[in-house]
Ligand binder design. Structure first.
Ligand code: NAD
Length: 292
């Protein structure tokens, strides 16, 4: 019989990751608080269950892909959570992006009931999730990393154990700091070029061939230029990540002036009603600032 995965959170990322686990041959029992969130996964053999205990109790490994720290707190500490219902396999991998400190606290609480928790946030976006090409940054005990490996391999191509509990989240926050500032830089360049009557699509091509090339210019640049605001990685989630970065930089004081400025621009985008749209909608703030 195949190993059992309890999967919690079937949003933009989680639904693709759960499907890839099922297609790799694992038995996947999945739960999302939104009824119907997992319906499209049934044809791939994912069992959609009605509550957390039904997903986790008999699982060899529990994986979560939730929005933020409070939701992860809930599935660990809540009345139905992992502390009250330790999974059979005693292994829990949280792949959401949450606060490193919260991760450490939860991993200590779970260790007290014999459950090993890893933090394993990802980079690569919805396309990486779909194609199982995510980069996965793992914090926690080496033994847990070894046990989680076959499951992580079904979702990503680059797996790195980067340190003790919380280290995966810290590396992911550094990733988000670079992405956020890069997205803002691209918005500024596109706004300036537009004001000077430059062909933006051609400029993107030109810049991709030089030293300003980046994943964001490549992937998000097209959506910015074409005004396609559909959600991939939502503005609200990046704002959450920049907040986590700034909180981390208060705990161990490090001045992050560029991150702080970019966070303000993301707040502007939220105030303009772009929160549920993808990060390329940050460029829409410039439609207003430049009267376009
Ligand atoms: P999402 O909001 O689309 O999905 C989250 C899902 O969790 C939703 O379906 C929601 O209903 C469900 N949920 C919330 N509380 C729950 C609970 N208590 N129990 C069960 N399910 C619950 O978000 P997403 O884009 O899939 O991102 C998930 C995480 O991954 C976030 O931390 C995000 O920052 C991170 N991330 C996202 C991307 C991306 O490009 N979208 C890339 C890398 C990392």
């Amino acid at each position: 019989t195949s190993a059992v995965v309890g999967f919690l959170g079937l949003g933009v990322m989680g639904r693709e990751m759960a499907r890839n686990l099922a297609q790799a041959g694992f038995t996947v029992r999945a739960f999302d608080i939104v009824p119907g969130a997992g319906d499209a996964l049934r044809p791939f053999g994912v069992e959609i269950v009605d509550d957390i205990p039904a997903a986790v109790s008999d699982a060899d490994i529990v994986i979560s892909m939730l929005p933020d720290t409070p939701q992860v707190d809930d599935i660990v500490q809540g009345p139905d959570g992992l502390l009250a219902n330790p999974p059979r396999g005693k292994l829990y991998v949280d792949m959401s992006t949450i606060a490193p400190e919260a991760t450490r606290r939860l991993s200590q609480q779970l260790a007290a009931v014999g459950v090993t928790m890893l933090d394993a946030p990802v980079s690569g976006g919805p396309v990486g999730a779909k194609n199982a090409t995510l980069t996965i940054m793992v914090g926690g005990e080496a033994d847990g990393f070894a046990r989680a490996n076959p499951f992580l391999r079904a979702m990503g191509t680059t797996l790195n154990h980067v340190g003790a509990s919380g280290a995966g989240q810290t590396v992911k926050l550094c990733n988000q700091l670079i992405c956020g500032i890069n997205i803002q830089a691209i918005c500024e360049a596109l706004a300036l070029a537009r004001a000077w009557g430059i062909d933006l699509a051609q400029m993107r091509e030109v810049l991709l061939g030089g030293s300003a090339a980046s994943w964001m210019l490549d992937k998000l640049g097209v959506a910015m230029i074409e005004g396609d605001a559909s959600a991939g990685f939502r503005i609200d989630l990046m704002m959450k990540d920049l907040r986590l970065v700034l909180e981390a930089a208060q705990k161990h004081p490090v001045p992050l002036p560029a991150t702080a400025l970019v966070a303000t621009q993301y707040q502007n985008a939220q105030a303009y009603g772009e929160g549920a749209n993808g990060n390329q909608a940050l460029f829409k703030v410039y439609d207003r600032l430049t009267g376009q």
